[in-house]
Write a protein that binds this ligand. Structure first.
Ligand code: FPP
Length: 268
């Protein structure tokens, strides 16, 4: 059994307490946001982005900055996820893909992995009913079946119960883009032809809209094995904001920047 290195009080808060004690209005803490019209992108997708993906980075640095254990940074990171999911409605995005656990994250200390898995369990338990009532469809990308059996069962139950949702939240779990491409190429070969189209049709994201915008928080400017194929013609937006501080207003800012971009896909 993996035990957490977090102090007992933090451990109790992580595992025993609900992630949110109240169902507050979306982005109460963020000040004016989605419905503010401040960026001009919060009213139904005139920015044109259907699929946005985020590398949620900086939980550890956020915790350090606040003199808190890393586990608290991840917990605040989950709260940022929740804020975003709750605020997504008016933004006009069809799909939000979140990099929650990479195939390389297994290199982290066992306690941290256990904390992240505990947060995942708590998140599914506490937020699934809200997903369902808000028409959110859950999708998992990555080789999630190697996770603990109870998590796999919870995820598969959540996938079934949200299958009629109209807005997709795709969560990348045990995800590595190179591995995904290799799997897709192998499947394409089995099916008889290794073409761009055949590989794309076998990616974990095959049923999602093309990726429009890729965001990374915390000031790092790299892809870290995330959606390498899908990002071929995606626009990029990087911000110094650490993930736990990321709000719907930041997403609006990214969408406003996206709306200004001229996408030529290699043409002119
Ligand atoms: C990177 O921060 C973040 C992660 C490796 C985990 C991201 C996961 C979450 C925000 C939780 C997601 C949960 C759900 C339910 C979708 P880091 O630890 O690498 O930060 P650092 O670079 O500052 O150390």
């Amino acid at each position: 059994m993996i035990s957490s290195g977090a102090p007992n009080s933090v451990r109790a808060e992580l595992v025993e307490a609900p992630l949110f004690s109240s169902r507050e209005a979306p982005d109460k803490k963020d000040g004016p946001s989605t419905s503010s019209g401040r960026t001009g992108v919060g009213n139904g997708g005139e920015h044109g982005a259907r699929h946005v993906a985020i590398i949620m980075d900086g939980n550890g640095r956020w915790a350090k900055r606040h003199h808190l254990p890393r586990a608290m940074g991840h917990k605040r990171g989950v709260e940022a996820v929740r804020r975003l999911v709750r605020g997504l409605g008016p933004l006009g995005i069809d799909c939000l893909t979140l990099y929650a656990f990479s195939s390389e994250n297994w290199k982290r200390p066992e306690e941290e992995i256990a904390d992240l898995m505990g947060l995942m369990r708590a998140f599914i338990r506490s937020d699934l009913p809200e997903f369902i009532s808000n028409g959110v469809k859950l999708k998992i990308i990555g080789d999630y079946k190697v996770l603990d059996t109870d998590i796999v069962e919870m995820l598969e139950d959540a996938l079934r119960r949200t299958e009629n949702g109209t807005k997709t939240i795709a969560v990348a779990l045990n995800y590595g883009s190179q591995q995904e491409i290799a799997r897709a190429a192998a499947r394409a070969a089995e099916q008889g032809e290794v073409t761009v189209e055949a590989i794309a049709a076998n990616l974990d994201t095959a049923d999602l809209p093309p990726l429009d915008l890729l965001i990374r928080t915390s000031g790092e400017v790299r892809l870290s094995n995330f959606l390498l194929w899908q990002a071929a013609y995606a626009e990029m937006w990087f911000t110094e904001v650490l993930w736990p501080d990321f709000t719907v207003a930041h997403l609006e800012e990214a969408l406003a920047s996206f709306a200004q971009r001229e996408r030529r896909y290699g043409g002119r």
